[in-house]
Design a protein around this ligand. Structure first.
Ligand SMILES: [Ca+2]
Length: 294
């Protein structure tokens, strides 16, 4: 079975929750092992609401981590307070491990390769890249990534524009610097799914009214569905093959300007980065997502 660590902003948008539903279903079907979740945008109910949602999905025992300094992304998260009522193990943010320590602990203990799925901001994984040896492991971040991680799947960037501008890269100084570090230094293959792929694929519009995910979408003002950035990336990662998941890839080297957050891509057969392009119409992906979350 493939092993994953998930990084999520779990912040203003609700597509992270749709993506988490897809992961939870895969876990229940023994198609994936989720070693931990790292929250990279922090508000009062971050950890408790994630714990609450996982409990509602029947998934328990997943270690949670958080970057408690990441309070500066702006906006008012709309759904977390309601989900936090279902928290059991993680009642507050203080119950969760530090983000980088959780990444390092899971990777240090791993006996099989791990894949990272990132559907939020990249400062926690960038801090992992730049982390040094510590009480958890004699290996620094780059060594841990080379030894223990086989692939990184990332929802970020806008790859049909030159330069591209997308929230997960450009949101603030923290995210811009992190994105630049990530693209420059991540030592294992990365596949990006960009803004242009998910924005016009609207999923989640056919949920039952007693479904907790329907409540989340409505709290966000998206009862009729939401753009599918994070769920499409999640589905792609769980399938594990871009072509089988319905995409062509462009291979090369991605770069993010640390001052503007704008992304650039240099095509190269020898690059460590891919971005995906849809091979089918939007209904194909919408129907795939809806079937996974119903
Ligand atoms: Ca997200």
């Amino acid at each position: 079975m493939r092993n994953f660590i998930l990084g999520t902003d779990w912040w203003t948008d609700c597509d992270d929750v749709v993506a988490m539903r897809i992961m939870c279903r895969a876990i229940k079907q023994n198609k994936a092992c989720l070693k931990g979740v790292v929250i990279n945008a922090c508000m009062e109910y971050s950890v408790s609401s994630l714990d609450g949602f996982l409990n509602c999905e029947g998934i328990t025992g997943i270690p949670l981590g958080i970057d408690k300094e990441a309070t500066d992304f702006g906006g008012n998260p709309p759904y977390q307070k309601g989900l936090s009522e279902y928290a059991e193990r993680y009642k507050t943010n203080d119950c969760a491990e530090d983000a980088v320590r959780l990444y390092r602990t899971i990777l240090a203990q791993a006996t099989e390769k791990i894949e990272l799925i990132e559907i939020g901001y990249l400062q926690a994984v960038a801090a992992l890249i730049e982390s040094g040896a510590d009480d958890i492991s004699e290996m620094d971040g780059l060594q841990l990534l080379r030894e223990k991680v086989s692939k990184v799947w990332v929802m970020a960037g806008k790859w049909d524009d030159k330069p591209g501008r997308e929230n997960n890269f450009i949101r603030n100084e923290r995210s811009r610097i992190a994105a630049s570090v990530f693209c420059e230094k991540m030592p294992v293959p990365v596949t990006f799914l960009g803004y242009e792929v998910g924005y016009d694929v609207i999923s989640g519009g056919y949920l039952k009214e007693d479904d907790i995910l329907y409540k989340v979408l409505c709290d966000h003002g998206s009862c009729t569905g939401r753009s599918s950035w994070d769920p499409m990336l999640m589905q792609l990662a769980l399938i594990g093959d871009e072509f089988i998941a319905g995409y062509d890839i462009v291979t090369g080297m991605a770069r993010v300007d640390q001052n503007t957050g704008e992304n650039y891509f240099k095509d190269s057969a020898f690059g460590n980065h891919n971005y995906v392009i849809k091979r089918f119409n939007n209904d194909y992906y919408k129907n795939e997502i809806n079937a996974l979350i119903k």
